[in-house]
Write a protein that binds this ligand. Structure first.
Ligand code: 13P
Ligand code: SF4
Length: 315
Protein backbone atom coordinates (compact mmCIF):
# COMPACT_ATOMS: atom_id res chain seq x y z
CA UNK A 1 0.00 0.00 0.00
CA UNK A 2 1.48 3.38 -0.96
CA UNK A 3 1.49 6.39 1.35
CA UNK A 4 -1.45 8.07 -0.41
CA UNK A 5 -3.63 4.97 -0.02
CA UNK A 6 -2.57 4.63 3.59
CA UNK A 7 -3.51 8.23 4.40
CA UNK A 8 -6.81 7.87 2.56
CA UNK A 9 -7.70 4.70 4.52
CA UNK A 10 -6.70 6.28 7.82
CA UNK A 11 -8.91 9.34 7.14
CA UNK A 12 -11.83 7.20 5.98
CA UNK A 13 -11.57 4.87 9.01
CA UNK A 14 -11.41 7.79 11.45
CA UNK A 15 -14.46 9.51 9.91
CA UNK A 16 -16.49 6.32 9.77
CA UNK A 17 -15.57 5.40 13.34
CA UNK A 18 -16.76 8.82 14.50
CA UNK A 19 -20.02 8.55 12.52
CA UNK A 20 -20.79 5.05 13.81
CA UNK A 21 -19.61 5.62 17.40
CA UNK A 22 -17.04 2.84 17.03
CA UNK A 23 -13.89 2.31 19.09
CA UNK A 24 -10.86 0.59 17.57
CA UNK A 25 -8.72 -1.69 19.75
CA UNK A 26 -5.38 -3.15 18.67
CA UNK A 27 -2.86 -5.53 20.16
CA UNK A 28 0.85 -4.56 20.16
CA UNK A 29 1.66 -7.28 17.62
CA UNK A 30 -0.48 -5.80 14.84
CA UNK A 31 1.01 -3.88 11.91
CA UNK A 32 2.28 -0.36 12.75
CA UNK A 33 -0.45 1.33 10.69
CA UNK A 34 -3.12 -0.56 12.67
CA UNK A 35 -1.56 0.58 15.94
CA UNK A 36 -1.55 4.13 14.52
CA UNK A 37 -5.32 4.21 13.92
CA UNK A 38 -6.27 2.40 17.14
CA UNK A 39 -8.03 4.34 19.89
CA UNK A 40 -6.62 1.88 22.38
CA UNK A 41 -3.56 -0.39 22.21
CA UNK A 42 -2.83 -2.91 24.92
CA UNK A 43 -1.90 -6.37 26.09
CA UNK A 44 -4.60 -9.03 26.42
CA UNK A 45 -5.59 -7.96 29.94
CA UNK A 46 -5.74 -4.24 29.19
CA UNK A 47 -7.78 -4.82 26.02
CA UNK A 48 -10.35 -6.88 27.95
CA UNK A 49 -10.49 -4.36 30.82
CA UNK A 50 -10.80 -1.38 28.50
CA UNK A 51 -13.58 -3.02 26.45
CA UNK A 52 -15.80 -3.06 29.54
CA UNK A 53 -15.21 0.65 30.14
CA UNK A 54 -15.83 2.34 26.79
CA UNK A 55 -19.09 3.95 25.71
CA UNK A 56 -19.54 2.86 22.10
CA UNK A 57 -21.97 1.05 19.82
CA UNK A 58 -19.29 -0.86 17.91
CA UNK A 59 -16.01 -2.33 19.14
CA UNK A 60 -13.46 -3.38 16.52
CA UNK A 61 -10.86 -5.82 17.82
CA UNK A 62 -7.71 -5.78 15.67
CA UNK A 63 -5.90 -8.77 17.07
CA UNK A 64 -6.79 -12.43 16.96
CA UNK A 65 -10.00 -14.43 17.24
CA UNK A 66 -9.85 -15.24 20.99
CA UNK A 67 -9.46 -11.51 21.77
CA UNK A 68 -12.66 -10.74 19.83
CA UNK A 69 -14.45 -13.59 21.59
CA UNK A 70 -13.36 -12.39 25.04
CA UNK A 71 -14.54 -8.89 24.15
CA UNK A 72 -17.94 -10.16 22.97
CA UNK A 73 -18.39 -12.27 26.11
CA UNK A 74 -17.63 -9.23 28.27
CA UNK A 75 -19.74 -6.84 26.18
CA UNK A 76 -22.71 -8.92 24.92
CA UNK A 77 -24.81 -5.84 24.09
CA UNK A 78 -22.21 -4.29 21.81
CA UNK A 79 -21.48 -5.14 18.21
CA UNK A 80 -17.96 -6.63 18.18
CA UNK A 81 -16.27 -6.70 14.78
CA UNK A 82 -13.02 -8.40 13.87
CA UNK A 83 -11.36 -7.42 10.56
CA UNK A 84 -10.54 -11.01 9.57
CA UNK A 85 -12.20 -14.04 11.20
CA UNK A 86 -9.31 -16.27 10.15
CA UNK A 87 -6.94 -14.48 12.57
CA UNK A 88 -6.34 -17.55 14.75
CA UNK A 89 -3.68 -18.39 17.33
CA UNK A 90 -1.46 -21.48 17.31
CA UNK A 91 -1.46 -21.51 21.11
CA UNK A 92 -5.25 -21.40 21.41
CA UNK A 93 -5.42 -24.12 18.73
CA UNK A 94 -3.17 -26.37 20.82
CA UNK A 95 -5.98 -26.96 23.32
CA UNK A 96 -9.29 -28.24 21.98
CA UNK A 97 -12.26 -28.14 24.35
CA UNK A 98 -13.03 -31.85 23.97
CA UNK A 99 -9.42 -32.75 24.86
CA UNK A 100 -9.49 -30.51 27.92
CA UNK A 101 -12.83 -32.02 28.98
CA UNK A 102 -11.30 -35.51 28.75
CA UNK A 103 -8.22 -34.39 30.74
CA UNK A 104 -10.45 -32.82 33.41
CA UNK A 105 -12.36 -36.10 33.67
CA UNK A 106 -9.06 -37.88 34.40
CA UNK A 107 -8.28 -35.31 37.14
CA UNK A 108 -11.64 -34.58 38.78
CA UNK A 109 -10.02 -33.11 41.91
CA UNK A 110 -8.16 -30.40 39.91
CA UNK A 111 -9.30 -26.88 39.13
CA UNK A 112 -8.52 -25.40 35.72
CA UNK A 113 -6.53 -22.21 35.19
CA UNK A 114 -6.46 -21.22 31.51
CA UNK A 115 -4.39 -18.66 29.72
CA UNK A 116 -6.56 -16.12 27.89
CA UNK A 117 -5.19 -17.48 24.58
CA UNK A 118 -7.98 -20.09 24.44
CA UNK A 119 -11.33 -20.50 22.72
CA UNK A 120 -14.58 -19.55 24.45
CA UNK A 121 -15.35 -23.30 24.66
CA UNK A 122 -12.16 -23.85 26.66
CA UNK A 123 -12.93 -20.84 28.88
CA UNK A 124 -16.33 -22.42 29.54
CA UNK A 125 -14.47 -25.41 31.10
CA UNK A 126 -12.17 -23.13 33.11
CA UNK A 127 -12.31 -21.93 36.72
CA UNK A 128 -10.17 -18.85 36.26
CA UNK A 129 -8.60 -17.24 33.20
CA UNK A 130 -5.19 -15.55 33.41
CA UNK A 131 -3.04 -13.45 31.10
CA UNK A 132 0.71 -13.05 31.16
CA UNK A 133 0.17 -9.81 33.17
CA UNK A 134 -1.67 -11.38 36.05
CA UNK A 135 -0.91 -15.15 36.02
CA UNK A 136 1.46 -15.02 39.02
CA UNK A 137 -0.81 -12.73 41.01
CA UNK A 138 -3.85 -14.96 40.42
CA UNK A 139 -2.13 -18.31 41.01
CA UNK A 140 -0.69 -16.85 44.26
CA UNK A 141 -4.26 -16.17 45.46
CA UNK A 142 -5.47 -19.76 44.93
CA UNK A 143 -5.59 -22.03 48.01
CA UNK A 144 -2.12 -23.40 48.79
CA UNK A 145 -3.36 -27.00 48.59
CA UNK A 146 -5.32 -26.52 45.35
CA UNK A 147 -4.60 -29.04 42.63
CA UNK A 148 -4.40 -27.16 39.38
CA UNK A 149 -4.41 -27.92 35.67
CA UNK A 150 -2.77 -25.06 33.76
CA UNK A 151 -3.07 -24.70 30.01
CA UNK A 152 -2.44 -24.39 27.25
CA UNK A 153 1.01 -22.72 27.28
CA UNK A 154 3.63 -25.08 28.69
CA UNK A 155 6.34 -22.41 28.73
CA UNK A 156 4.22 -19.91 30.67
CA UNK A 157 3.01 -22.67 32.99
CA UNK A 158 6.58 -23.78 33.82
CA UNK A 159 7.57 -20.19 34.44
CA UNK A 160 4.57 -19.61 36.76
CA UNK A 161 5.35 -22.88 38.59
CA UNK A 162 8.93 -21.64 39.09
CA UNK A 163 7.93 -18.23 40.49
CA UNK A 164 5.04 -19.45 42.66
CA UNK A 165 6.50 -22.74 43.91
CA UNK A 166 3.38 -24.56 42.65
CA UNK A 167 3.31 -27.89 40.87
CA UNK A 168 0.52 -27.24 38.41
CA UNK A 169 -0.19 -29.97 35.88
CA UNK A 170 0.79 -28.42 32.55
CA UNK A 171 -0.90 -28.75 29.17
CA UNK A 172 1.63 -29.27 26.40
CA UNK A 173 0.75 -26.33 24.16
CA UNK A 174 2.92 -23.57 22.73
CA UNK A 175 2.95 -20.49 20.54
CA UNK A 176 4.80 -21.14 17.30
CA UNK A 177 6.34 -17.63 17.32
CA UNK A 178 7.61 -17.64 20.90
CA UNK A 179 8.90 -21.21 20.79
CA UNK A 180 11.20 -20.55 17.90
CA UNK A 181 13.51 -17.83 19.26
CA UNK A 182 17.11 -18.94 18.88
CA UNK A 183 19.10 -19.42 22.09
CA UNK A 184 22.32 -19.41 20.07
CA UNK A 185 21.46 -16.04 18.48
CA UNK A 186 20.46 -14.63 21.89
CA UNK A 187 23.78 -15.70 23.45
CA UNK A 188 25.62 -14.11 20.54
CA UNK A 189 23.63 -10.86 20.90
CA UNK A 190 24.44 -10.78 24.63
CA UNK A 191 28.13 -11.25 23.87
CA UNK A 192 28.07 -8.50 21.24
CA UNK A 193 26.13 -6.15 23.55
CA UNK A 194 27.56 -6.66 27.05
CA UNK A 195 25.41 -5.36 29.89
CA UNK A 196 22.35 -4.84 27.68
CA UNK A 197 19.17 -6.13 29.35
CA UNK A 198 17.16 -8.93 27.75
CA UNK A 199 13.36 -8.52 27.88
CA UNK A 200 11.30 -11.64 27.15
CA UNK A 201 7.68 -12.69 27.01
CA UNK A 202 6.92 -15.70 29.27
CA UNK A 203 5.66 -17.71 26.26
CA UNK A 204 9.36 -18.14 25.30
CA UNK A 205 11.08 -21.43 26.14
CA UNK A 206 12.82 -21.86 29.52
CA UNK A 207 16.43 -21.51 28.15
CA UNK A 208 15.50 -18.11 26.65
CA UNK A 209 13.82 -17.03 29.90
CA UNK A 210 16.87 -18.18 31.87
CA UNK A 211 18.96 -15.68 29.88
CA UNK A 212 16.47 -12.82 30.39
CA UNK A 213 16.53 -9.95 32.88
CA UNK A 214 12.87 -8.93 32.61
CA UNK A 215 10.01 -11.37 31.91
CA UNK A 216 6.54 -10.00 31.35
CA UNK A 217 3.53 -9.32 29.19
CA UNK A 218 3.85 -7.06 26.17
CA UNK A 219 2.60 -4.11 28.25
CA UNK A 220 5.01 -4.87 31.11
CA UNK A 221 7.97 -5.05 28.71
CA UNK A 222 6.94 -1.79 27.05
CA UNK A 223 6.57 -0.05 30.42
CA UNK A 224 10.00 -1.29 31.47
CA UNK A 225 11.62 0.26 28.39
CA UNK A 226 9.88 3.58 29.16
CA UNK A 227 10.86 3.63 32.86
CA UNK A 228 14.41 2.34 32.50
CA UNK A 229 17.33 4.73 32.13
CA UNK A 230 19.04 2.21 29.79
CA UNK A 231 19.28 3.16 26.14
CA UNK A 232 19.42 -0.28 24.50
CA UNK A 233 17.43 -3.50 24.99
CA UNK A 234 17.40 -7.00 23.51
CA UNK A 235 13.79 -8.07 22.88
CA UNK A 236 12.50 -11.66 22.77
CA UNK A 237 8.88 -11.41 21.73
CA UNK A 238 6.87 -10.83 18.56
CA UNK A 239 8.47 -7.90 16.76
CA UNK A 240 5.27 -5.79 16.46
CA UNK A 241 5.92 -4.49 19.98
CA UNK A 242 9.05 -2.72 18.68
CA UNK A 243 6.81 -0.17 16.93
CA UNK A 244 5.25 0.99 20.21
CA UNK A 245 8.60 0.79 22.05
CA UNK A 246 10.25 2.96 19.40
CA UNK A 247 7.30 5.38 19.36
CA UNK A 248 7.41 5.71 23.17
CA UNK A 249 11.23 5.90 23.34
CA UNK A 250 12.54 7.46 20.10
CA UNK A 251 16.05 7.85 21.57
CA UNK A 252 16.41 4.17 22.55
CA UNK A 253 17.49 1.14 20.53
CA UNK A 254 15.69 -2.21 20.44
CA UNK A 255 17.45 -5.32 19.19
CA UNK A 256 15.08 -8.18 18.25
CA UNK A 257 16.13 -11.78 18.93
CA UNK A 258 15.82 -13.74 15.67
CA UNK A 259 14.12 -17.13 15.38
CA UNK A 260 15.95 -20.42 14.89
CA UNK A 261 16.87 -21.49 11.38
CA UNK A 262 14.56 -24.27 10.24
CA UNK A 263 16.32 -27.13 8.47
CA UNK A 264 19.06 -24.84 7.24
CA UNK A 265 16.58 -22.43 5.68
CA UNK A 266 16.85 -18.90 7.05
CA UNK A 267 13.56 -17.88 8.62
CA UNK A 268 13.96 -14.26 9.55
CA UNK A 269 10.41 -14.04 10.80
CA UNK A 270 9.56 -13.33 14.41
CA UNK A 271 6.14 -12.08 13.38
CA UNK A 272 2.75 -13.60 14.17
CA UNK A 273 1.06 -14.02 10.80
CA UNK A 274 -2.33 -14.13 12.51
CA UNK A 275 -1.87 -10.67 14.02
CA UNK A 276 -0.50 -9.34 10.71
CA UNK A 277 -3.57 -10.53 8.83
CA UNK A 278 -5.28 -7.31 9.99
CA UNK A 279 -4.85 -4.58 7.37
CA UNK A 280 -6.19 -1.02 7.03
CA UNK A 281 -8.32 -2.15 4.10
CA UNK A 282 -9.91 -4.91 6.20
CA UNK A 283 -10.52 -2.54 9.12
CA UNK A 284 -12.21 -0.09 6.75
CA UNK A 285 -14.38 -2.74 5.10
CA UNK A 286 -15.40 -4.29 8.38
CA UNK A 287 -16.42 -0.92 9.77
CA UNK A 288 -18.25 0.03 6.55
CA UNK A 289 -20.16 -3.26 6.20
CA UNK A 290 -20.28 -4.08 9.93
CA UNK A 291 -19.04 -7.57 9.23
CA UNK A 292 -17.53 -10.02 10.14
CA UNK A 293 -19.28 -9.80 13.45
CA UNK A 294 -18.13 -11.87 16.42
CA UNK A 295 -20.85 -14.17 17.70
CA UNK A 296 -20.46 -16.40 20.75
CA UNK A 297 -23.30 -18.88 21.36
CA UNK A 298 -25.31 -17.74 24.40
CA UNK A 299 -24.79 -21.00 26.31
CA UNK A 300 -21.00 -20.91 25.80
CA UNK A 301 -20.80 -17.22 26.72
CA UNK A 302 -22.80 -17.79 29.90
CA UNK A 303 -20.41 -20.55 30.98
CA UNK A 304 -17.24 -18.72 29.92
CA UNK A 305 -17.99 -15.37 31.51
CA UNK A 306 -17.50 -16.46 35.10
CA UNK A 307 -13.87 -17.54 34.51
CA UNK A 308 -13.13 -14.21 32.79
CA UNK A 309 -14.95 -12.18 35.47
CA UNK A 310 -13.02 -14.06 38.16
CA UNK A 311 -9.80 -13.01 36.43
CA UNK A 312 -10.86 -9.35 36.33
CA UNK A 313 -11.77 -9.47 40.04
CA UNK A 314 -8.46 -11.11 41.02
CA UNK A 315 -6.21 -8.86 38.80
P1 13P B 1 0.09 -10.27 26.01
O1 13P B 1 -1.09 -10.48 26.86
O2 13P B 1 1.36 -10.19 26.78
O3 13P B 1 -0.10 -9.06 25.14
O4 13P B 1 0.30 -11.53 25.06
C1 13P B 1 -0.62 -11.91 24.10
C2 13P B 1 -0.05 -12.86 23.15
O5 13P B 1 -0.72 -13.38 22.28
C3 13P B 1 1.34 -13.19 23.28
O6 13P B 1 1.70 -14.04 22.24
FE1 SF4 C 1 -1.10 -16.67 19.40
FE2 SF4 C 1 1.55 -16.71 19.35
FE3 SF4 C 1 0.26 -15.10 17.73
FE4 SF4 C 1 0.30 -14.59 20.37
S1 SF4 C 1 2.04 -14.56 18.97
S2 SF4 C 1 -1.48 -14.48 19.03
S3 SF4 C 1 0.26 -16.68 21.18
S4 SF4 C 1 0.19 -17.33 17.69
Amino acid sequence: MDLKDKKEYIDKIRNLAREKNAVIFAHYYTRPEIQEIADFIGDSLALAQQATRVQADILIMCGVHFMGETMKILCPDKKVLIPDMSAGCSLADSCKAQDLAAFKAQHPDHMVVSYVNTSADVKALTDVVVTSSNAKKIVDQLPKDAKIIFGPDHNLGSYINSVTGRHMLLWNGACHVHSRFSLEALLQLKQQNPGVEVLAHPECKAPILAQSDVIGSTKALLEHTIKSSAKRFIIATESGILFEMQRACPDKEFIPVPPELTEGVGCSCNECEYMRINTLEKVYNCLLNETPEMVVPKETAEKAISSIQRMLEMS
